[in-house]
Design a protein around this ligand. Sequence first.
Ligand code: PLP
Length: 404
Amino acid sequence: MQLAKRLENLGTETAFAVSEAAAAWKAQGHKIYPFHLGDINIPTPANIVAAQNQAIADGKTGYAPAAGIPPLRAAIAEVEGAHRGIHLTPENIAVQPGGKPVVTKLIQAVMEPGDEVLYPNPGYPIYESQIDYFRGVGLPYRFTETATGFQVDMDYLESLITPRTRILIYNNCQNPLGTESSAAEMEHIAELAIRHNLWVLSDEAYFDVRYSGATTSIARLPGMQERTVILYTFSKKYAMTGWRLGAAIGPKEVIQPIARLNTNDESCTTHFVQWAGVEALRGDQSAARANVEILRERRDVTVEILRQIDGIVVHKPESTFYLFPNVTGVMARLGYTTVAAFADAALKNTGVSFCTRMHFGRPIPGESGHYIRSAYSGIDTPEIREGLTHFRDWIDNTAKGGAA
Ligand code: PLP
């Protein structure tokens, strides 16, 4: 039997292969330290769980409106609009089963085949996959490493734009880099979007996962709200990754077709889960705040131990739960030429499992340096200490022994 040809253009999250490799190693009786997961091993706040159970008890188990139940659309508009300093009404909200569907639905709503889409690389791999699948032309833009983190290579980004460019995907509080824009960088990106009349997909999955300061939404800059669709999700802020609850937030002209895509795809986001979302937004926020403190401790320990390793450069971002250590020096010390071989050896020798740059989009020609991504959302602090101590000692002992 034949499969459709277009499937050849559909990418995936190759990071799942890392989970499989770690699981296979664990099945052989080895201990694993999972730094590869973008998932969260912290329970969903009890008030949110209780609200869902109540909604089921109240019979909120039938279909719901395609764009979402009115109380949730109103709560997102009110709470997240105020949080971002923008005016929103329920018509600006299309509830989704997670943040991820916003990528595919915005692309389907505004991109013609052959249109170009700028996207961050390294970046969330679903951007590239969905652009390719709907026969757009992906224009990956790149980052340069600074003394404290990463910044968008703005000259490079600008050089990519042509009259066919239609969408700019922007992920401030970035996965996998952990980086965020300076005010000047964000203003420059907004200026380009306005000058070239681009839609902006502002992926704000990590907007509230932050340890100091406040995140700015590009939608609040002058001239931006009318061209920006925000990818909003409950996944990270409220430790609700498996609940599948998020929203597209944007101008009503694009929210309406996105809601029509909802009707065609999933009909509606799970009815009782939406009621849990109302509680998440309007209820007690103390558990969500406490989760950030747990993540802060994990970040600090991870950075502390990685910085003890000669040949690793690691920045300390104020948002997300990702680090993107430069391991070029340590690979040279141990004699590895590919980051995949280094990751495999780290798993087999220490149980420490992580993704690499290769899991976050096709590398841009001319890239230099080797990077891994350490996620600390799925591993407790004592395990972080234990695993990274093994990792550090393995590197030091192997380097002393002269062979990997
Ligand atoms: N955007 C980014 C950058 C992400 O890292 C993720 C999840 O890992 C998502 C979007 C989608 O998250 P979800 O579909 O769970 O809301």
